[in-house]
Design a protein around this ligand. Structure first.
Ligand code: NAD
Ligand code: UGA
Length: 459
């Protein structure tokens, strides 16, 4: 089958950039990204490209050149499904907040709704592609829904997990380490592989069975997060022993068997996926009675929680065991640089701990607005909206955010933080002025020369 029309359900951090890059490289395929969130679709269609719902370097340019040519954003889900030979499911799969598996299992209700929607409205054969990250064997559920719908049409299910990282999504999509396609029908696999072949070298397109593909995605995220928790565990030992975690990371990373990537000690990993996917892996292992496997991976999460907690504890202890009534300037709210995404950002949890100690937090982030910060805090449900408003202010200038502060906490590794006039910041802060560098982005000796008391992770 030649694919001429694609529908992607879910116009989020994955659906938007992924389909934009497919559209850019396949001018003869029409792609419609649909979503139930009308505001999000309106933002994707906004003529002012600064209003796109997702900030990713390089994305606005692709949207500008392909939108309304072969890339469309719409809320008309049924029409888009009907018109397409291939349908990507790219909806979110968050951790369940209720019922069986609460706090661990993935909530698959959005996936199931998509499958039911396709089953209901399809009037031709379809290839259904799992783009969302899913528990191993989810394709079985999707198959069961589609094949028991009473429809006369043929549905082939493929797993095609996405490995992009936020902040580098466009580059990751243009130059992927690999594209993974799992499936049972060679013909369907080939249809999808042909779309990627328009820009991805053949040898990077890996095909497997459905279950290997689904499980590889969870495993990849678990291995990446495990490296961060591993180096973060060593960072605590470094602080006790006089070793420097950056030096240790460099020394071990030069061993080609270990490799140098993903060894940056930090205040803890955030983002919508690492925690959710590992919890899901733990849940799956437990559900098969594999308790040792479950405990092994759960430790990655426990170490990450410990790292966030110990960052705020160290700050409080250093500020003479009290931050009550003190202004703490926070640089960065996003979970990493070059994104406006704040999901599971360490900044949220560190702020929560500091608010418990009655600190006044003043935040600057180049891409995250005040209302998003408040929403993140309100979502924790640990205090009232009024209390969060009273405790956390936001500035549009880093210099205002840090003026009269007792300490600076660096939560995100935005490049611009390195370019600030730190002498001016120092002059305007309360003395002694402290920096807690949760990302190890500033030079300790330079900061100390200015007069700061400088603390970074693992030094
Ligand atoms: P997201 O929350 O940004 O986007 C999901 C979108 O799906 C939302 O806009 C929502 O309104 C829409 N949606 C939900 N149910 C719908 C339905 N029935 N019909 C139409 N639209 C519906 O999520 P995301 O970050 O893009 O993640 C999507 C999936 O991709 C998740 O499984 C995630 O684990 C995985 N993933 C994410 C990343 C990432 O960097 N964010 C990377 C790789 C994989
Ligand atoms: C991660 C994976 O890198 C992607 O391959 C995957 O597709 C994606 O999850 C997903 O499934 O959602 P992402 O979360 O966007 O991507 O960003 P990462 O670069 O992996 O960073 C995750 C967190 O780890 C960030 O908070 C980052 O600051 C932190 N991190 C990363 C460290 O603390 N140290 C490091 O060495 C690397």
């Amino acid at each position: 089958m030649k694919i001429k029309n694609i529908c992607c359900i879910g116009a989020g951090y994955v659906g938007g950039p992924t389909m934009a890059v497919i559209a850019k490289n396949n001018p003869n395929i029409n792609i419609t990204i649909v979503d139930i969130n009308a505001d999000r679709i309106a933002a994707w269609n906004d003529s002012d490209l600064s209003k796109l719902p997702i900030f990713e370097p390089g994305l606005a340019e692709i949207i500008k050149s392909n939108r309304n040519k072969n890339l469309f954003f719409s809320t008309d889900i049924n029409t888009a499904i009907n018109n397409s030979e291939m349908i990507f499911i790219s909806v979110h799969t968050p951790t369940k907040t209720y019922g069986k598996g609460k706090g661990m299992a993935s909530d698959l209700k959005y996936i199931e709704l998509c499958a039911r929607n396709i089953a209901e409205v399809a009037k031709t054969d379809k290839i259904v592609v799992e783009k969302s990250t899913l528990p191993v064997r989810t394709a079985e559920t999707i198959k069961s829904i589609l094949h028991n719908s009473g429809s006369d049409f043929k549905f082939d299910i493929l797993s095609n997990p996405e490995f992009l990282a936020e902040g580098t999504a466009v580059n990751d999509l243009l130059n992927p380490d690999r594209v993974l396609i799992g499936g049972e029908s060679d013909e369907a696999i080939e249809c999808l592989a042909n779309i990627y072949k328009s820009w991805v070298p053949q040898e990077k397109i890996l095909t497997t069975n459905l279950w290997s593909s689904e499980l590889s995605k969870l495993t990849a995220n678990a291995f990446l997060a495990q490296r961060i928790s591993s180096i973060n565990s060593i960072s605590e030992l470094c602080e006790q022993t006089g070793a420097n975690v950056n030096e240790v990371a460099k020394a071990i990373g030069m061993d080609s068997r270990i490799g140098s990537k993903f060894l940056h000690a930090s205040v803890g990993f955030g983002g919508s996926c690492f925690q959710k996917d590992i919890l899901n892996l733990v849940y799956i292992a437990k559900s098969y009675g594999l308790n040792e496997v479950a405990d092994y991976w759960e430790q990655v999460i426990l170490m990450n929680d410990h790292q966030k907690r110990r960052f705020s504890d160290r700050l409080i202890k250093t500020l003479y065991n009290t931050v009550s009534g003190k202004k703490i300037g926070m640089l960065g709210w996003a979970f990493k640089k070059d994104t406006n995404d704040t999901r599971e950002s360490a900044a949220i949890y560190v702020t929560d701990h500091l608010l418990n100690e009655q600190a006044n937090i003043s935040v600057y982030d180049p891409k995250v607005p005040h209302n998003k910060i408040q929403t993140d805090l309100n979502y924790l449900n640990t205090r009232t909206e009024d209390e969060n408003e009273a405790g956390v202010s936001t500035s549009s200038s880093p210099y205002d955010a840090l003026k009269d502060a007792h300490a600076v906490a660096i939560m995100t590794e935005w490049d611009e933080f390195k370019t600030y006039d730190w002498k001016k910041i120092y002059a305007d802060m309360k003395k002694p002025a402290f920096i807690f560098d949760g990302r190890n982005i500033l030079e300790k000796s330079e900061m100390e020369k200015i007069g700061f008391e400088y603390y970074s992770i693992g030094q």
